[in-house]
Ligand binder design. Structure first.
Ligand code: ZN
Length: 444
């Protein structure tokens, strides 16, 4: 976030792509010998070509998954939490927690009116078949995907571990247990309070009832900050709003998986777009459809941000982070690229140099070595504030020498690369070169 000890969620919470680590309960039940048959089948399936005849035994099919998914989605459409709970046949699993969680969510979604939610059920590779025809039970991923209207160019997906069962060949696929939501999303703002919203042209402002007055009082400044972020950043496809949540001390830094922060005034929390159908099959793979943003974000405005004289700049700064997430590929983005862009976005080249020029010139030498290092060296330094300013100076130099397109091109190259080295290669210019040229331009 904003200079003054504030940090963004995205760096700490890089998602590892790859197997979601399916836990398989194994085939329960079945008659004598059925279990062995099921395991042999599973092994063959997991290794590659499926050499078992499709009709052999009790098999979980795509159609079974689709039928369960339809039941879940019908419950979402109806808004009736009882209908959602009824999709689970719990055995000895206590449904009260699930019901309480989804009651709050569905009520919030109804009040907010801007969330579209959908479920995904997959057929994970391995043990979704019992060759002898007996009961199939397994653990897999259940996926809930949502879009906030105007904010999300693709679906934001959350996965939760779940236990599935198909009692016999002709029986439907059933849910037996739904576990907690993936820690990267837990809890969302709509899981911790009853929410209301104010819509402005460029923002959804979301708040507890008890913060309604503050939300109203600050809505014009939030809108102004968001509008400035949209003015300076390219607009991601399908996006014309930024989500701003008013947080409070008990949840500051704890939303969406949490971030390691002390006195941060605000955060932009990063939500990568993963392919929901693949995730339901147990694989985390980026949903990188051409022309669509790679990620979105949510802004959390802490209580302390509301007493800042530069509140509108804070709203703009966080908005720039969220809009830059459209390029965010792999988590290798250097910290100076992220924070420098947001400070530059608040002030522009002239503003950065007018406000912080003297301090930048006197500290740029120290920044040059820290800027090449990692997140902790940057954020945990006693010179963090100066590092934010020096990072912005790199973009100020680019704007003055080559125009705003060069600023955006540089940020995008690093955001979109797997590693900072790959980002530099894509840009055709090393970080060291950029820093040296900036120092020369500064006359430092
Ligand atoms: Zn920031």
């Amino acid at each position: 976030m904003t200079p003054g000890g504030t940090v963004d969620g995205l760096d700490r919470r890089t998602l590892l792509l790859g197997s979601a680590g399916l836990l398989v309960a194994g085939c329960g039940g079945g008659d004598g010998g059925g279990k062995g048959g099921g395991e042999a089948t599973a092994a063959a399936t997991a290794k590659g070509p499926n050499i078992v005849k499709p009709k052999a035994g009790n098999v979980v099919t795509e159609a079974d998954a689709a039928a369960l998914r339809n039941r879940l989605n019908a419950a979402m459409q109806s808004g009736d939490v009882k209908q959602l709970v009824a999709t689970i046949d719990p055995g000895d699993y206590d449904l009260a927690t699930f019901e309480k969680f989804w009651t709050r969510r569905m009520e919030n979604f109804r009040r907010l009116g801007f969330v579209d939610g959908q479920w995904y059920v997959g057929v994970p590779g391995g043990r979704t078949r019992n060759g002898a025809g007996g009961r199939v039970e397994y653990s897999g991923e259940l996926v809930f995907a949502h879009t906030v209207k105007g904010c999300d160019g693709q679906q934001v997906v959350e996965n939760m571990s779940a236990d599935f069962r198909k009692k016999s060949e002709d029986a439907p696929l059933e849910l037996m247990h739904v576990g907690e939501i993936d820690e990267n999303f837990d809890p969302s703002l709509w899981d911790v309070a009853d929410l209301e919203t104010i819509e402005t042209k460029h923002a959804w402002i979301v708040f507890r009832r008890s913060d309604a007055k503050r939300a109203k009082d600050f809505s014009a400044r939030i809108e102004a900050g968001a509008a400035r972020a949209f003015d300076i950043m390219p607009r991601p496809a399908g996006v014309d709003k930024i989500f701003y949540g008013l947080t409070w001390p008990a949840i500051d830094g704890k939303l969406w998986g949490g971030v390691a922060v002390g006195d941060a005034d605000a955060h932009a929390y990063y939500h990568p777009f993963l392919d929901p159908a693949e995730l339901a099959n147990g694989q985390k793979s980026a949903a990188n459809r051409s022309g669509l943003p790679m990620a979105t974000g949510r802004v959390g405005l802490h209580e302390s941000s509301f007493s800042r004289p530069d509140f509108e700049d804070v709203a703009c700064h966080e908005g720039v982070h969220v809009l830059a997430d459209q390029w965010y590929a792999a988590g290798g983005t250097p910290t100076w690229v992220i924070e420098g862009l947001a400070v530059w976005g608040e002030l522009g080249a002239d503003g950065v140099m007018a406000r912080d020029g003297a301090r930048i010139r006197s500290t740029f030498g120290q920044f040059e070595s820290i800027g090449l290092k990692g997140y902790d060296e940057f954020h945990e330094s006693s010179m963090e504030l100066e590092f934010y300013q020096c990072s912005a100076a790199v973009y100020a130099y680019l704007e003055k020498e080559s125009g705003r397109d060069a600023v955006l091109e540089t940020a995008q190259a690093f955001y979109g690369a797997e590693t900072r080295e790959a980002g530099a290669k894509k840009l055709g210019r090393s970080e060291k070169d950029l820093f040296a040229a900036t120092r020369k331009w500064l006359g430092a």
